[in-house]
Design a protein around this ligand. Structure first.
Ligand code: PLP
Length: 440
C-alpha cells in the first residue's frame, strides 16, 4: 500500500455512515456498493477521477458500474443537461429529445426499428419480457445461469446458482435469488448453461411451445465476462425461430462494445434489445427496442395496448438530452480509442502478473475487463464459479486497489472511459503492481 493511501483518514465518511445506518438498512441503497467497515462517500468527479468527502482522489476504473463512458464533467453532456435543466426536467408531455435519441439508436442498432424508454435496465428487461409474453401468448422465459439482468423476478432467477442448484437436461435449474420468490415465477423460467450449446439446445427444445423468449447477454459480467461462442448464439437464434419464441439481447452493458452495439460485433439479429447505462449520459435510463411488429405490443393508438407501459420519469428530457450528447460524442474514433486503452491495460496487467508470479488472467473486450486470480480456462459461469477461492481473492484485491487509488468492482469488473488517456491506464497498472505481490 502506498504511503499516501495507507495514511488515509476518513472521518467525514465515518460520520456520514453513522447517520446513514440510522435511516437506511445497512446504511445505503445499493447492495453492490455496500462496503465494510463503512461506506466511503463520493464528493465529486472530474474526468476519470473521483474525490471523496475526505479529499482522497482515486481513478474511477468502473464508471458507476460501466455507465459513464465519458467519465465526469464531459463538456458536451454538461451543456446539454444544463440547457435542459433550465427548460424543465420533466413534463407530462413528450419532448423532441426522445425522438432524437430514438433516431440515433435506430440508426446504430441494425435490429432496432422502434424504441421505448424506462428509468433503468431492470425495467427495460421487465418490459421486454412482458412484450415477449404478450406477443407470443406464451408464459416461459429462458435465461443463462449466473447472468445478471437486473432484479425483475424472472430475470434474476438462478443468478447465484451453484453445483447443487444448477440445472441439466433432466433437472430444472430455476432457483430464486430473492427469498420469497413465488414458485409460479420459478416454474416459468427455463435456465440454460451459458456457452454449452448442446445442453442449452436440449433444454430449450424441451420447453417446446411454452417458450416466449430467450434472454441473453453476449458477455455476461457476473458469469465471468467471457464472450459467447458464435455457435452458441447461432443456436439460440435458430432454435428460437424454430420454436416460435423471441430472442431478447440484453445490451444494457454491452452496447458500449461498439458503434453498432454488441449485436453487430457478435453478428446476432435479436427480436428485442434492452439498453441502459451509457445511453443516458450519466442520468437514469433504460430502453427496449426491436422490430416494429413486436414493439407494437406497446402501441396505444388502437386502444388499450397489449402491454401498457408508462413510468412517471420514463423518457424524461434530462436523460434524453444527456444521452443524445453522450452518443454524439461516441464516434467511431472514440470507440477506437477505447479499444487502444483496453489493449494497453491488457499488456500492462499481463506483465504485472508475470513479474509477481501471479496466476491471473483478464477477460472482456473493448472497454470492458474483468480481472481473475486463476489461470484455469474460463469459458462460462460454471468455470468462473469453480474458482471460488479466486473470487474471494479478487474481492480482497479490489479493496487493496481502492487503497492504492483505483476503483474496480468487487468481482474484478472494470470499464474504461473516453476521459482516460494512456498515462491513466499506466497509473491503474502501477496500482496493480503495488497491490498484487500479496496475492502471489
Ligand atoms: N442487464 C444487465 C446486463 C446489467 O448489467 C444490468 C445492471 O448492471 C441490468 C440489466 C439492470 O440495469 P439497472 O441497474 O439500470 O437496473
Amino acid at each position: 500500500m502506498s504511503d499516501l493511501m495507507s495514511a488515509q483518514a476518513t472521518p467525514n465518511s465515518e460520520k456520514l455512515y453513522a447517520r446513514a445506518r440510522e435511516v437506511m438498512p445497512g446504511g445505503n441503497t445499493r447492495t453492490t456498493v455496500y462496503r465494510k467497515p463503512h461506506q466511503i462517500y463520493a464528493w465529486r468527479g472530474d474526468g476519470c477521477r473521483i474525490t471523496d468527502v475526505d479529499g482522497h482522489i482515486r481513478i474511477d476504473a468502473l464508471g458507476n458500474f460501466t455507465s459513464l463512458i465519458h467519465g465526469y464533467g464531459n463538456r458536451q453532456i454538461l451543456e446539454a443537461a444544463t440547457r435542459q435543466l433550465e427548460a424543465g426536467t420533466c413534463f407530462g408531455m413528450p419532448t423532441e429529445s426522445e425522438i432524437r435519441l430514438s433516431e440515433i439508436l435506430c440508426e446504430r442498432l441494425p435490429s432496432v426499428e422502434q424504441l421505448r424508454y424506462t428509468n433503468s435496465g431492470t425495467e427495460a428487461v421487465m418490459n421486454a419480457i412482458k412484450a415477449a409474453r404478450a406477443y407470443t401468448g406464451r408464459p416461459k422465459i429462458a435465461k443463462c445461469e449466473g447472468a445478471y439482468h437486473g432484479t425483475y423476478d424472472p430475470a434474476e432467477t438462478s443468478q447465484d446458482a451453484s453445483p447443487a442448484t444448477w440445472g441439466d437436461i433432466d433437472r430444472p435449474g430455476s432457483v430464486p435469488t430473492a427469498k420469497g420468490t413465488p414458485q409460479g415465477v420459478l416454474d416459468d423460467v427455463v435456465v440454460i448453461p451459458f456457452n454449452n450449446t448442446p445442453v442449452a439446445e436440449a433444454i430449450l427444445r424441451a420447453s417446446g411451445n411454452s417458450l416466449a423468449a430467450v434472454l441473453v447477454d453476449v458477455m455476461p459480467n457476473r458469469a465471468g465476462l467471457v464472450p459467447a461462442k458464435s455457435e452458441y448464439l447461432a443456436m439460440l437464434r435458430r432454435v428460437t425461430r424454430e420454436l416460435g419464441a423471441l430472442l431478447i439481447l440484453d445490451e444494457v452493458i454491452t452496447f458500449r462494445l461498439g458503434y453498432n452495439g454488441a449485436q453487430s460485433r457478435f453478428d446476432i439479429d435479436p427480436d428485442l434489445t434492452t439498453l441502459g447505462k451509457i445511453i443516458g449520459g450519466g442520468f437514469a435510463i433504460g430502453a427496449i427496442g426491436g422490430r416494429a411488429e413486436v414493439m407494437s405490443v406497446f402501441d396505444p393508438s388502437k386502444g388499450q395496448p397489449a402491454v401498457p407501459h408508462g413510468g412517471t420519469f420514463s423518457a424524461n428530457p434530462m436523460s434524453m438530452s444527456a444521452g443524445i450528447a453522450a452518443l454524439e460524442e461516441l464516434t467511431p474514433p472514440a470507440f477506437e480509442k477505447l479499444e487502444v486503452l483496453g489493449d494497453r491495460f491488457d499488456q500492462g496487467i499481463r506483465a504485472c502478473f508475470a513479474r509477481h508470479g501471479i496466476k491471473g488472467q483478464v477477460t472482456g473486450l473493448g472497454s470492458l475487463r474483468r480481472v481473475h486470480l486463476t489461470d484455469a480456462p474460463l469459458s462460462d459461469y460454471r468455470s468462473t464459479f469453480a474458482s471460488a477461492d479466486g473470487a474471494a481473492r479478487v474481492s480482497a484485491l479490489a479493496k487493496a486497489l481502492f487503497d492504492e487509488g483505483v476503483i474496480i468492482a468487487g468481482n474484478g469488473l472494470m470499464a474504461f472511459s473516453t476521459a482516460m488517456e494512456d498515462p491513466d491506464i499506466d497509473d491503474i497498472v502501477r496500482a496493480f503492481d503495488r497491490a498484487l505481490p500479496e496475492f502471489a
